[in-house]
Design a protein. Structure first.
Length: 280
């Protein structure tokens, strides 16, 4: 698994060939070809067959292509896993995860394929630390719509009802060294609401946000990319620490603030997210 930035991950229903064909050119860092809730039960088998023949074309663009399968216990799970084993996506997204042992079972079936676990129920949030430590897991994804239904929460303008779950996911993911991606924002014409939601997620530590419409991609990419000021500061931190190290010191001062190794690591991560190559 490479460490390319994943700011935006666009869900595309596997049943829509026109959407699939254009998806790699929509600017998202990753696309999630969806066999789960974006596809009606009667259309699942046809959609699965369709993406198998289309997969190589989808995989040609710059976007990483992930596959969301139907979960264990559904009538489509086995066939979806078999299809995943054939197309070998960059990652498999498993919905409604609640049981680390079940995830381990899927990992054994898809040896070598990174798993991205959706945490979107009360039980899933409470099990998040165990889920994050299951084999082959590369990231956690939050799904707010299923989560709200699961805990019978209402929708608040400031998203207060999902704060606990968001924090639980960030803690579980970071404790296990994983990436973590925020819920989609369903009012896809509301750019201001989307930006506010994305900023909240970024502030809590999320690496990126899932999208359901191509118009959301640019907003999400902008929010999750480092700002020019952050890049400038990161450069200064890396340079100051390199200069200090040449003089045998482990700490340096940048704009009146002491910085040390942890700031250097954070600064290099910022430069990496900005697409700026390895630093001293
Ligand atoms: N991925 C790729 N392309 C998409 C897309 C998506 N998720 N959503 C819309 N598009 C395309 C449309 O096909 C259209 O393409 P065109 O300009 O070439 O004709 C363009 O973007 C504009 O679409 P628009 O007319 O504004 O939206 P719509 O009414 O066609 O679709 C939704 C609205 C919500 C039905 C659609 O965005 C969608 O299906 N989103 C994904 C939902 C999903 O995956 N849910 C499960 C995960 S939570
Ligand atoms: Mg869901």
């Amino acid at each position: 698994m490479d460490d390319r930035p994943r700011r935006s991950l666009l869900y595309v229903p596997a049943s829509s060939e026109p959407m699939l064909r254009k998806a790699p050119s929509r600017g998202a860092d990753a696309i999630i070809v969806d066999l789960e809730d974006g596809v009606l039960p009667d259309a699942k088998d046809g959609a699965r067959a369709g993406i198998e023949s289309l997969w190589l074309e989808l995989d040609l663009g710059a976007a990483e292509v992930l596959l969301r399968v139907n979960g264990p216990g559904t009538p489509w799970h086995e066939d979806d896993l078999a299809a995943a084993a054939r197309v070998r996506p960059a990652g498999v997204v498993l919905p409604k995860c609640e049981d680390p042992a079940e995830v381990a079972g899927v990992a054994a079936r898809l040896e070598g394929t990174p798993l991205f676990l959706m945490v979107e129920t009360a039980r899933g949030v409470l099990e998040a630390p165990g889920l994050a430590r299951a084999p082959q897991v590369a990231g956690l994804l939050f799904g707010a719509a299923d989560f709200r239904a699961s805990v019978r929460a209402s929708r608040e303008p400031d998203e207060a009802e999902i704060l606990v779950a968001r924090c639980a996911l960030v803690l579980a993911a970071r404790a296990a060294g994983l990436d973590v991606f925020d819920t989609p924002f369903f009012e896809y014409r509301d750019e201001i609401g989307l930006e506010a939601s994305a900023r909240r997620a970024r502030g809590l530590g999320f690496d990126g946000k899932t999208c359901i419409h191509p118009a959301q991609v640019a907003v999400v990419n902008r929010v999750f990319a480092p700002t020019a000021a952050e890049v400038e500061r990161a450069r200064k931190v890396v340079e100051a620490l390199a200069a200090a190290a040449r003089e045998g010191r482990g700490v340096a001062t940048v704009d009146g603030e002491m910085v040390e190794a942890l700031h250097g690591a954070e600064a290099r991560r910022t430069l990496g997210r900005a697409g700026i190559g390895p630093q001293p």
